[in-house]
Design a protein around this ligand. Structure first.
Ligand code: VG1
Ligand code: CO
Length: 543
């Protein structure tokens, strides 16, 4: 039976870079989840009689939240919900299912790379009919709704059996529990040369290792890499999703994917290593004792895209988030295709992909994707690399080094200062903003400032404007430093400083990244008064 429950607005339900993320304890407060879900539904007036997709990354509270969402969907007029078996859908798989099944939208439960478990993080976001994250105007409308909500609708029906594939019913609404992997695996097969990848993996002289970090990609990677593509059992490590990701940060970078890093930089290193994050949308790609930066990965995939059947016709354009290095821009220029610079977060790529202005998109934060879905996609990136390796029959390192020779190398690093005092972080950004008008033309060490601004973006498709997306200081030689505050953290503020230096000379392509960037890092720290304002001597994480 449908019930209306009286509630009060709860503070702080503004979605960030990728949905609403809070500590589990916050989500478990009375009415917290219900208020936000009703705020989502209230912003979707056309939902009556439509189909919703629901699934998550399997972290702690996933199953309970899904039962609540199903009951609220039943009471809010949805005709049908498709839910991943066990409540599992990786973020790219959720996007795939929404598109393939023509659903109205989807609710994705994930805090992505943030740690999980009772004392850690949970998250929720809404994806639209195109399979992509709700755009800013919609997430802002949901937030506005959360501030005036007075009641929510929920069914008092019994829980659904999430493990039983097939049709069930809840208060007149159909609930179909679907295989979490099948639709996604089928899509991958249409994009890549599975025959060539299979031949490579079974050739006996190519070894790979995939670290699922105890997160959602485990079953997907096992089914596709070990199942369909015939990689040896054990290729996928940490492959069983755990509610707390084994206590780690499910964030695929050189710091947190340490199990994999030890193997890939060890004495018996495989030819290829990869990892993905909590919800399966990020990827890290490694060759034998060789790290590929995410910005380079986007550029290399763009340059080699036609080797994969799904992209054989070429790309219409590439898009990257503003802090991502400009390596992809050089490929786009050479290919004579469009190149777009968007604010951080996948929601800004949606309109470009829908309008076919961009085919590939990427972010420096280990995110790469294409128009096959409307989310970044970790396992897709891994398969793309394997397709390129199978076609070129060269090592990862050889391919990247040749890329640098052709296009020059963009040395790149990001320094994060996590859980900084929020007032101090806001003060730091305000101080940078104040300096902007005085910077152009100024000499800072060996560098001369050519422009300094607070990044503002006008979407070329719908003309929506998004302001204050990060402070950029560009130098006359093409180097850049960028500053912004994270929109995914749940504790204080996280300051991110992105540093990039372009080096055309192949004789200088073998340097240590931090050493190459040392002077720019000092300039950035001085401009932002990082030590005095944050009280920190060193970044928490360097990627
Ligand atoms: C971070 C990354 C951003 C990414 C976002 C979501 O956001 O910088 O590039 O899109 O996480 O990724 P922020 O605001 O903390 O810098 V995921 O894999 O956490 O959904
Ligand atoms: Co993620």
């Amino acid at each position: 039976m449908r019930k209306l429950i009286v509630t009060e607005p709860i503070e702080g339900q503004r979605p960030g870079t990728s949905g609403l993320r809070k500590k589990v304890a916050v989500f478990r407060q009375a009415n917290y989840l219900e208020n936000f879900v009703q705020s989502i539904f209230d912003c979707l007036p056309d939902r009556q009689g439509s189909t919703l997709v629901v699934g998550g990354d399997g972290r702690f509270y996933n199953r309970q939240a899904i039962q609540v969402i199903l009951k609220m969907a039943a009471a809010n007029g949805f005709a049908k919900v498709l839910v991943g078996q066990g409540g599992i859908l990786s973020t790219p798989a959720a996007s795939c299912v929404i598109r393939k099944r023509g659903a109205f939208g989807g609710v994705v439960l994930s805090a992505s790379h943030n740690p999980g478990g009772p004392d850690n993080d949970f998250g929720i976001k809404y994806n639209g009919t195109n399979g992509g994250p709700a755009p800013e105007q919609l997430t802002e409308a949901m937030f506005a709704r959360s501030r005036e909500i007075r009641e929510y609708a929920i069914s008092d029906a019994a829980d659904i059996d999430l493990d039983q594939i097939g049709m069930q019913s809840m208060d007149g609404m159909a609930v179909e529990v679907i295989d979490s992997i099948a639709d996604y695996a089928e899509l991958m097969e249409t994009l890549f040369d599975f025959g060539a990848i299979k031949a490579l993996l079974s050739s006996g002289n190519f070894r790979i290792c995939f670290d699922a970090m105890h997160a959602v990609t485990g079953p997907y990677a096992k089914a596709i890499l070990e199942g369909i593509l015939g990689a040896p059992a054990g290729t996928v490590m940490n492959g069983v999703p755990l509610e707390d990701f084994g206590g780690g940060h499910p964030d695929p970078n050189l710091v947190y994917a340490h199990d994999l890093v030890e193997i890939v930089f060890g004495p018996d290193a495989p030819d290829f290593g990869a990892a993905s994050d909590g919800d399966g949308d990020r990827n890290m790609v490694l060759g034998q004792r060789f790290f590929v930066t995410p910005s380079d990965s986007l550029a290399v995939l763009a340059a080699n895209a036609t080797l994969a059947p799904g992209y054989a016709k070429g790309l219409t354009g590439v898009a990257r988030s503003m802090p991502t290095s400009q390596a992809a821009d050089r490929v786009a220029a050479k290919l004579g295709i469009g190149c777009y610079e968007t604010p951080t977060g996948w929601k800004f790529f949606g309109s470009l992909l829908d309008a076919d202005k961009a085919t590939l998109c990427g972010e420096e934060s280990f995110g790469t994707g294409s128009n096959h879905v409307r989310e970044k996609d970790g396992l897709w990136a891994v398969l793309f690399w394997l397709n390129v390796l199978a076609a070129r029959k060269e090592s990862v390192e050889a391919i990247v080094r040749e890329h640098w020779k052709t296009y020059g190398r963009n040395y790149y690093s990001r320094h994060d200062y996590e859980a900084v005092d929020s007032d101090a972080a806001n003060g730091l950004v305000a101080h940078l903003r104040d300096q902007l008008p005085t910077l152009p033309g100024k000499k800072l060490g060996a560098y001369e400032v050519s422009y300094a601004d607070d990044f503002s973006y006008t979407d070329p498709v719908d003309n929506s404007v998004t302001t204050k997306q990060g402070i950029r200081v560009g130098f006359t030689d093409g180097s850049r430093v960028v500053f912004r505050l994270s929109g995914t953290g749940t504790e204080g503020a996280t300051l991110r400083i992105y540093v990039e230096k372009y080096e055309p000379d192949p004789a200088k392509h073998d340097q240590d990244t931090q050493a190459m960037l040392a002077e720019l890092i000092t300039i950035a720290n001085t401009l932002a008064e990082v030590k005095t304002r944050t009280g920190r001597e060193q970044p928490t994480v360097i990627t």
